[in-house]
Design a protein around this ligand. Sequence first.
Ligand SMILES: [Zn+2]
Length: 182
Amino acid sequence: MEELQAPAIVAKDQVVVSGSASNFVSDTVHVTERDVVFNCSHCEGEIVIDKEGSGLAVHCPFCGSELIVPEYSGPSLRFLQTATAKLAREVEAARQAPPPTSYHLDRLSPEELKRRQTALEGAFQDTQVQASEIKEHVHHATIQLHRYQLKLEVILERQSEIKAELDAIREISRTLKDQESS
Ligand SMILES: [Zn+2]
């Protein structure tokens, strides 16, 4: 089996081992979209590793135990939470920033004005493209969420049917046992 000596390998975008011991969440841990985040099965320390490390053996940076890095299955919850908190702070800051009272356009020469206009038009188009991309993601994720909710409902429905039949069987068994013993 290929083996990586954990903290020694910190090549950029390769296998990066970092993390925090249990009950201690370090702010210095950088989690990216392509990281696998998992807990050491011995000391519960949180280990962050690039997805390229999936399936490889590493040593826990906290307790030294040898661990196999789990398969990558999309952005980790840890990443999503961190990234979402960061975005929320950005949105909050943007909301609180006062709108500009003046653009000081009278200080610009006609050429500068023209350049500024072209740059702004380009930037405006970029935001339109980005916004429609994100709307597409939101649409997709909303449908996916709805699908998961329906799937969950089907499973819970099935679960209660199974439980009802099980209860009925257990009831009969109990009655039979009581008859035998009496
Ligand atoms: Zn450990």
